[in-house]
Design a protein. Structure first.
Length: 246
């Protein structure tokens, strides 16, 4: 559902980078407001072997999990910070990423007996992403310098009834209604410049109204992280300022 484009790929809400890894662009300008996440990517890109060596020191037990979870990632080196992020992500409950209002990771132990890192995989990611530019901060910073031949995909924290959900808090801040409005305004500016974009968001009246000028395609998606099987199907909108080829 992405268009053909000759320029660069932008993704200001890179998150788990699943779209990036699928597209595998040699050059990309991406970002996220979660500094711990972006630092982890930078560390793996720059020093995959060192990150792997640090991960080898971390033990997957409940006692060690909570001991490591209590560490402030800002108090350790970049390599240790990246290893800690990966370790917690792979050993916590259902791979959930969530922080409290103090920006401290607070997901309980997952008790999974599985491998949580692979050196060759880290090296492969490092090679793929070596020319990616990774920004930390607001989405507006990650689209500076975008040009007409480029393409940008926005995958923000989804709008929920009430404006945000603390259960899905990814940073110490909140992506509120006014932030969704800012995103819609940014898309209007991109459209006026002839720059193609796509947005994923929840299928709500608020989002549909914000992007009413553009193509709003209804999509049913899956969220396997939901414990309630019936709640795993979610209603989304895929929004574009271009026609999707059949």
């Amino acid at each position: 559902m992405f268009p053909d484009f000759e320029g660069r790929y932008f993704e200001p809400f890179m998150g788990g980078a699943s779209v990036l890894l699928t597209l595998a662009p040699s050059v990309a300008l991406v970002g996220d407001e979660n500094r711990w996440l972006t630092d982890t990517y930078r560390a793996v890109i720059g020093s995959p072997d060192l990150v792997s060596a640090q991960l080898d020191k971390l033990v997957n037990t409940e006692e060690e999990y909570y001991k490591n979870r209590s560490i402030d990632p800002n108090d350790v080196s970049l390599i240790e910070r990246a290893a800690l992020f990966i370790y917690l992500n792979k050993t916590c409950f259902r791979g959930l990423y969530r922080v409290n209002k103090k920006n401290r990771f607070n997901v309980p132990y997952g008790a999974y007996n599985r491998k949580y890192h692979d050196l060759e995989n880290l090296r492969s990611f490092s090679r793929l992403a070596k020319n990616w530019i990774i920004n930390t901060g607001d989405f507006s910073q990650s689209i500076k310098g975008i040009k007409k031949d480029d393409f940008v995909y926005f995958d923000p924290p989804y709008y929920k009834l009430g404006g945000y959900s603390d259960f899905n808090r990814y940073t110490d801040g909140k992506f509120m209604e006014h932030d969704h409005i800012r995103l819609a305004e940014a898309c209007l500016e991109l459209d006026a410049k002839g720059i193609k974009f796509a947005v994923s968001n929840s299928r709500t009246e608020f989002i549909a109204d914000l992007f009413s000028k553009f193509n709003c395609i209804k999509i049913d998606n899956r969220r396997e992280i939901n414990l309630n099987v019936k709640g795993r199907t979610v209603n989304e909108l895929f929004i574009t300022n271009y026609e999707i080829e059949s």
